[in-house]
Design a protein around this ligand. Sequence first.
Ligand SMILES: [Zn+2]
Length: 275
Amino acid sequence: MTDTLCPVCQKSDRVKVLSLTLQGGTDFGVWRCGRCRHIWRTEPWKVSNQITYYEASPPTAKVMEALSNKTVKVFEKFLQLADKLKSNPTRLMVDFGCSCGTAMLMFKKHGWDVLGIELLPSAQKVLDERNLPWASSMKDSGLALRSVDIVVMSDCIYYLADPVGTLREIRSYMRPNGMLFLRHPTRAGLFYVSLKIMRKKVQSFPWGSHVHLFSRKSAELTLKQAGFANMKFLKEEGYERPLRTKIIHQLMRAADFISLGLLGLTLSWTVIAKE
Ligand SMILES: [Zn+2]
């Protein structure tokens, strides 16, 4: 038991230290909340440290593009849904954590006004080269509250220091009938089960530079806490993966189905959320 609050449900009574020795034991501890099954790691992963981490060997435009291109089919689905949105005379789309702007280019082609929110200087440089407008935060964007029709957040939520607070801020910029499109993995179940089975062998897997591992429950709760009342979790389709990873995903889905979702093993989702 710790005094640490779960960053999602804001309770501390079922928060436990999972491990203090992962990833070499030097840089972070791992906490888990038994209420919402959220798993997260502690400092020093502040936003400023993440920038330092990435900018130590900044990804090239090519690497960013290759990563974004894996999501093109998911973006196409977002665009189809956005184009169907009724009463959207402004057609304003914000891509939060836009990287090199792949989704923005697609929306722009369909007549949308676009704005990217991006923290990393290396990505900002690529956005400038592509003549895509960006800001480093919602506050600095110059956008009016209640003005945005569509917000895309793809593979970004797990980097945020405060996912609930950030989504709440994003919602305040969205029109009441606007839609948030989220694409992200929910790896908490797999991580927890792996840790129980393999103990120390888990090591850094599957953190990468992520701060949060969401469960489906904590993903839902994060959106609810941020004021989104209607949400649809769709089986994520179209994200481009190598064959081996594709097979693992299919096996995980089958295991999740067989275990009636109790272990939360499903790996990734496309989420559509509205107020
Ligand atoms: Zn919690």
